[in-house]
Design a protein around this ligand. Structure first.
Ligand SMILES: NC(=O)c1ccc[n+]([C@@H]2O[C@H](COP(=O)([O-])OP(=O)(O)OC[C@H]3O[C@@H](n4cnc5c(N)ncnc54)[C@H](O)[C@@H]3O)[C@@H](O)[C@H]2O)c1
Length: 383
C-alpha cells in the first residue's frame, strides 16, 4: 500500500493524539500539513510533530498531495467544513459528532458520493484492541446468547481539563453528541443496529466552574441537558440501558457490560481503545451447588481477565479509523466506520433527544451492518 498524505484541520487538543499516534503506529499514513483558523496553533502543532507544512485551510485543501483530510474542529464547524473538504475532492475523516441530525449527515454523504470521495468518522475506538477482542469473544459464544447491555458514561464534564469547555455546554452540544457516540458505536459494532429508544434527560449541574485555561476561575451556564438516561432495543432483541452524563463526580456503575445466557462480559471503557475484557461464566455461579469448597465459592465471586487479542501500543489512541479509511481507498473496499454506520449513530443521537423531549418511544428508521471484525494476530497497522 502506498503512503497516504493526511491533512489536519483544527489544531487543538485531540489533534495532538492523532498526529502523535499516526506518526508512531501507522507508517501507511503521513501527516503532511495542518491548518487552523488561528495560524499560530497550526504552526505550534507542526513544530511539535514535525509536520512539514502549517498553512491556511484553503491552502491545505488546494494541496494536490493531500489525500485525506481530518476535520478536528469543534462540532459546530463539522458539517460546513466537511462540505468544503469534499468539494475540494479530498477523502474525509471527521471527528464526532458527524452532524447534528440525519438530514445533514445524509447531505454530506450524498455530496461525497457525487464527488467520488470516501468518508469516515470517529469514534474509531471500536476498531481498537479492547473492543475488537470483546467482539471475538462475543462471536465465539463466550457468554452464550446476549440479551442485555448496560453502558454508563458517567463523568463530570470537561471543565477540569479542557481549556475551552464552553462549546461542550452550548446549543447543539451535550454528552449525547460528545460521549454517546463511543458507547453507541461499541453497542452497534458488537451487537448490531438499534430498533427503538426511550430516553429522558436532565441537567444535574447548570452552573459550571472553569478550572483550567485562560478563563480558569470563571463560571459558565450549561445551555443544554447534561444527563441522558435511555433504554434501547436492538434489532436482535437485545435490550440496552444507556446513561451518558456530564454531572456525575464518580460512580460504581460498570462502564460497559454485556449479559448473555452463558455469562457476563465486562469492558473497562468504550472511550478507550485498549483495556482487557473480563468474563464471568455461568459455571462459576453453579459450581458451588456441586462442590462445597472455598475455591469454588471464591471463583463464584470472581470476574476473570481475558487477554486482548490485538496489540495495544497505547491506551488512549486515535487514528485507526483513518488507517481503515486509507486501506479501503487503496483496495476499493468498505471502511468500517462508514457512512451507513455514521447515519445510524447520528439517528440514535437524534432519537435520544426526540424521545426525551416528546416522552414517546423513538423508532429508528435507519439500519446498518455490523462492521467487519479485524483479524487477530497482526501488527497495530494490520487491520
Ligand atoms: N479533546 C478531546 O479529548 C477529544 C477527544 C475525542 C474527540 N474530540 C473531538 O474532536 C473535535 C475537536 O475537539 P478538541 O478538543 O480538539 O477541540 P479544541 O477546541 O481543542 O480544538 C479545535 C481547534 O479547531 C480550530 N477551529 C475552529 N473552527 C475552525 C475552522 N472553521 N477551521 C479551522 N480550524 C478551526 C480551533 O481554533 C481549535 O484550535 C471535537 O469534535 C471533539 O468532539 C475531542
Amino acid at each position: 500500500m502506498r503512503v497516504y498524505n493526511v491533512g489536519i484541520i483544527g489544531c487543538g487538543v485531540i489533534s495532538r493524539t492523532y498526529a502523535g499516534d499516526i506518526r508512531a503506529f501507522y507508517p501507511e499514513l503521513r501527516v503532511a500539513a495542518c491548518a487552523d483558523v488561528n495560524p499560530s496553533l497550526a504552526k505550534k502543532l507542526a513544530d511539535e510533530f514535525d509536520i512539514p507544512r502549517a498553512c491556511k485551510t484553503e491552502e491545505l485543501l488546494g494541496d494536490s498531495a493531500i489525500d485525506i483530510v481530518l476535520n478536528l474542529t469543534p462540532p459546530q464547524f463539522h458539517v460546513a467544513l466537511d462540505r468544503q473538504i469534499i468539494a475540494a475532492g479530498k477523502h474525509l475523516f471527521s471527528e464526532k459528532p458527524f452532524a447534528p441530525n440525519v438530514a445533514q449527515a445524509r447531505e454530506v454523504l450524498a455530496l461525497a458520493a457525487q464527488k467520488g470521495v470516501m468518508v469516515g468518522c470517529a469514534p474509531d475506538t471500536f476498531l481498537a484492541s479492547g473492543l475488537q477482542s470483546v467482539r471475538w469473544y462475543l462471536d465465539a459464544g463466550l457468554i452464550g446468547k446476549p440479551f442485555f447491555v448496560t453502558a454508563n458514561m458517567t463523568t463530570f464534564g470537561v471543565e477540569t481539563w479542557h481549556p475551552s469547555p464552553e462549546s461542550f455546554y452550548s446549543r447543539g452540544s451535550g454528552p449525547q453528541y460528545d460521549m454517546a457516540p463511543y458507547y453507541l458505536s461499541a453497542i452497534v459494532g458488537l451487537l448490531g443496529p438499534i430498533e427503538s429508544i426511550a430516553a429522558y434527560n436532565t441537567c444535574g449541574l447548570e452552573k459550571r466552574r472553569i478550572y483550567v485555561g485562560p478563563r480558569a476561575g470563571s463560571d459558565l451556564r450549561a445551555e443544554v441537558p447534561t444527563h441522558y438516561t435511555a433504554i434501547m432495543r436492538l434489532a436482535s432483541g437485545v435490550l440496552v440501558n444507556l446513561n451518558v452524563s456530564y454531572d456525575i463526580y464518580r460512580s460504581n456503575l460498570p462502564m460497559f457490560e454485556i449479559y448473555g445466557d452463558g455469562g457476563t462480559l465486562a469492558y473497562p471503557d468504550p472511550n478507550f481503545g485498549g483495556g482487557a475484557p473480563k468474563v464471568y461464566r455461568k459455571e462459576q455461579f453453579t459450581d458451588p451447588v456441586y462442590r462445597d469448597t472455598q475455591e469454588a465459592k471464591d471463583r463464584s465471586r470472581t470476574f476473570y481477565e481475558l487477554p486482548e487479542l490485538f496489540p495495544r501500543p497505547k491506551d488512549y489512541s486515535r487514528g485507526i479509523g483513518v488507517l481503515d479509511l486509507a486501506k479501503a481507498i487503496e483496495t476499493g473496499g468498505k471502511n468500517r466506520a462508514n457512512g451507513e454506520l455514521i447515519v445510524h449513530i447520528t439517528e440514535a443521537i437524534e432519537g435520544l433527544m426526540i424521545s426525551s423531549e416528546s416522552g414517546a418511544f423513538y423508532r429508528m428508521t435507519t439500519t446498518c451492518e455490523r462492521p467487519e471484525p479485524i483479524m487477530p494476530g497482526g501488527a497495530p497497522d494490520e487491520i
